[in-house]
Design a protein around this ligand. Structure first.
Ligand code: JFZ
Length: 556
C-alpha cells in the first residue's frame, strides 16, 4: 500500500515536470530566432539580364517579367553548372552567422528542381551539365553541423510544367494545361520526394498560393500528415490554411503578430535570386538591428542569400553574415531562447527577456552616461553583456531606473546591457491602450475603437467622402508622450504611403506635434515629448485612409 502511494506520487511529479518542460515541434524554432533563406536556381544564369536588357524586379522572376518563352528559358539550364558549390561551406557560413536553420528553394516558380526528381526532366540531374542532386549534400552538411533544414517549394506557380499557375497569367501556350493534373502529377509527387529522400525535413515553406482553392491545397494533406513534426508556413492555400507560421515579407510588423508564430523573410539587397548588378546592400547595422527588432517583438528573422550560377554566395552577403556572426558570438545569449520585450517602446533600442534577465539592446547609446529604463521591478544587478564582471550602478529616477553606463558604446552596432530583476517584469501600460477613440467618420465593422484594442488584424476606415480625416484619443489624464506608432495593412510592394500629422490639444487649440510619412507597412515616429490629454492624428494624404492600430507611448 505504502509503496503504491509512493509510486503514484513519483508518477505524478514526473508528469508535472514533463508538463513544465513540454517540448513541441515549435520549441526549437522558437529558440532559434535566426535562419538563412537561399534562393538559388536557373535564374542565376541570366542574373537579371535578358536579351541584353536589364529586367526590373526580383531576379527569380526574370522569366515572368521578361515573358521569356519556356523553350528559351530551358536553354539557360545548359549554363547552370555550379562547380564551385560547397554545401559544407554554406552551412558553416550560416552557422558562423549565428543562424540555426536554413531554407532553400527546392523548386521556385520557374519549376526547376534543385533535386533529383523522378517525375520531371526539368531538374538539376536531367537538365544541367552539373548532373548531381544539389540538396543531398546540403542536407548532409546541415545534419553534420546541427543546422535545421527547410525546403521552399512553389506548389502553385510553375512556369515550366503545363498547368502550373502564373501570377499575371501564362505568356506561352506551353504553360497551358490542367492545374489539377499538374498538382497530381508534379507538385504532390515532388513534395513526397523531398519529404522522403532528404533524411527528414524540419520545414516546408510554401509560396504564392495562386489558384490554390481548398480542394487543391487539400491534395497535399495526406503526404504532410505523415510528418507531424514538420513546420509549415501560411502560404499553402488561398484561405483557411494557416500553417504554423505567418510570413511577413520585407518588412517588420510594427507590433509583431500576437498569438502566432511569425518569421520575417528579407533580402540583403533588393532581390532574392542573384542579379549581377544589384548592389543595394543593407548595412550590417541595419540587418543586425532588424534581427534584434524582430526578436524583441517575438518573431524570427529569415535572411536571404542569392548564390550565383557557379555556386558562390556573393561577397557582400558573406561579409555581412560574418559581421553579424561576430556579434552573435558575444551577444547570442540576448537573442536565442528569449521571449518578446516586456517594453512596448524604448526610445534608445529594444528589449528581450530570459528568466530574470532583461536584455537591453541599445541602438542609440546615450551620451549623458545614463540609460533610463522604464522598469518598475527591483534591479539586483546591472552589467554589460560583454563584461559581466563589472557591475553598473542603478539609481531610481521617478518610476524609472537609471543605469550608469560608460561614455562610449561598447559595440558599433548594438550594445547589450543586462538587468537581473526580481520577479516578472512590470511596466506601465501603454497610455493609449484601450482608450476611447473618436473619428471624423467611420464605417461599420471598421470602427475607430479598433485602433486602441491591441489587435493589429482589425482596422478603422473613414467613409469614402470624408474630406477632413482625423482620429482622436482621450488619454483620461495629461500624459507625456514621446513616440507614436501606427500599424498599417499593406506590404512593401503595394507601394502605399500615408502622410500623417500628430496633434495635441492645448487650451482650445490643436497644435502640431509632428508631421511624418509612412510607407504603408506600419511606422514608429519619435517626437519631442509633449504633455497633453487629447491627441489627434490627421490623415493629410492617403489614397485609401485606414489604420489597424494607433499607439501613443509614454516619454520616459
Ligand atoms: C514570394 C516569391 O514570389 C518571391 O520570388 C520570393 O520567393 C519571396 C520569398 O516570396 O514573394 C512575393 C510574394 C507575393 C508578392 C510579391 C512577392 N506579391 O503579392 O506581390
Amino acid at each position: 500500500m505504502k509503496n503504491s502511494i509512493i509510486i503514484i506520487l513519483l508518477l505524478l511529479s514526473a508528469l508535472a515536470v514533463s508538463a513544465q518542460t513540454a517540448q513541441n515541434k515549435m520549441t526549437w524554432w522558437e529558440e532559434a530566432k535566426f535562419g538563412m533563406f537561399i534562393h538559388w536556381g536557373i535564374y542565376a544564369v541570366p542574373a537579371g539580364t535578358y536579351d541584353g536588357k536589364r529586367i526590373d524586379g526580383i531576379g527569380e522572376w526574370i522569366m515572368a517579367r521578361g515573358k521569356i518563352p519556356v523553350a528559351k528559358y530551358k536553354t539557360y539550364a545548359q549554363e547552370f553548372n555550379p562547380v564551385k558549390y560547397d554545401p559544407e561551406a554554406w552551412v558553416k557560413l550560416a552557422k558562423e552567422a549565428g543562424m540555426k536553420y536554413l531554407i532553400i528553394t527546392s523548386k521556385h516558380h520557374d519549376g526547376f528542381a534543385l533535386f533529383d526528381s523522378k517525375v520531371t526532366k526539368w531538374d538539376i540531374v536531367d537538365a544541367t551539365p552539373y548532373g548531381k542532386d544539389l540538396l543531398k549534400p546540403l542536407a548532409e552538411a546541415c545534419r553534420k553541423e546541427g543546422i535545421k533544414l527547410g525546403f521552399y517549394y512553389s506548389q502553385a506557380q510553375d512556369w515550366n510544367h503545363a498547368g502550373g499557375a502564373a501570377s499575371g497569367g501564362h505568356w506561352d501556350s506551353a504553360q497551358d494545361g490542367s492545374m489539377d493534373e499538374y498538382l497530381d502529377n508534379i507538385a504532390v509527387p515532388q513534395v513526397k520526394e523531398i519529404l522522403e529522400n532528404y533524411g527528414g525535413l524540419d520545414i516546408i515553406w510554401w509560396d504564392t498560393p495562386r489558384n490554390m482553392t481548398k480542394e487543391r491545397a487539400e491534395k497535399f494533406l495526406p503526404v504532410l500528415s505523415k510528418y507531424p513534426n514538420l513546420i509549415t508556413n501560411d502560404r499553402l492555400g488561398e484561405e483557411g490554411f494557416k500553417g504554423d507560421t505567418e510570413t511577413p515579407e520585407q518588412s517588420i510588423p510594427a507590433t509583431g503578430i500576437p498569438g502566432r508564430h511569425w518569421e520575417v523573410c528579407m533580402t540583403m539587397n533588393d532581390t532574392w535570386g542573384y542579379k549581377s548588378y544589384d548592389d543595394n546592400w543593407k548595412s550590417t547595422k541595419v540587418l543586425l538591428q532588424n534581427l534584434v527588432d524582430i526578436v524583441s517583438k517575438g518573431g524570427n528573422y529569415l535572411l536571404n542569400v542569392g548564390p550565383t550560377a557557379e555556386g558562390i554566395i556573393p561577397d557582400p552577403s558573406v561579409e555581412r553574415l560574418k559581421e553579424i556572426g561576430k556579434w552573435m558570438e558575444t551577444n547570442g545569449e540576448a537573442i536565442y531562447g528569449t521571449t518578446a520585450s516586456p517594453f512596448d517602446y524604448l526610445p534608445w533600442g529594444r528589449g528581450t527577456l530570459k528568466g530574470n534577465k532583461l536584455f537591453l539592446h541599445v541602438f542609440n547609446w546615450p551620451d549623458n552616461g545614463k540609460l533610463s529604463v522604464p522598469i518598475l521591478n527591483k534591479v539586483n544587478k546591472a552589467y554589460l553583456l560583454t563584461n559581466p564582471g563589472k557591475t553598473l550602478k542603478v539609481k531610481k529616477s521617478g518610476l524609472n531606473k537609471s543605469i550608469e553606463i560608460p561614455a562610449i558604446a561598447p559595440d558599433q552596432f548594438v550594445s547589450v546591457v543586462v538587468l537581473e530583476i526580481d520577479g516578472k517584469p512590470e511596466v506601465l501600460p501603454i497610455p493609449s491602450g484601450g482608450k476611447k477613440v473618436s473619428a471624423s467618420s467611420e464605417q461599420p465593422n471598421h470602427e475607430a475603437q479598433n485602433l486602441t484594442d491591441g489587435n493589429p488584424k482589425n482596422d478603422w476606415q473613414p467613409v469614402k467622402n470624408d474630406k477632413d480625416v482625423w482620429i482622436e484619443v482621450d488619454l483620461v489624464e495629461k500624459t507625456r508622450i514621446g513616440a507614436v506608432t501606427v500599424v498599417e495593412p499593406w506590404h512593401p510592394w503595394d507601394k502605399k504611403s500615408q502622410k500623417l500629422e500628430l496633434q495635441y490639444l492645448k487650451g482650445n487649440h490643436w497644435k502640431t506635434a509632428k508631421e511624418f510619412e509612412t510607407k504603408g507597412t506600419g511606422h514608429t515616429e519619435n517626437i519631442t515629448p509633449i504633455k497633453a490629454q487629447k491627441f489627434r492624428l490627421k490623415i493629410l494624404e492617403s489614397k485609401e485612409p485606414t489604420l489597424n492600430e494607433w499607439i501613443l507611448y509614454r516619454a520616459e
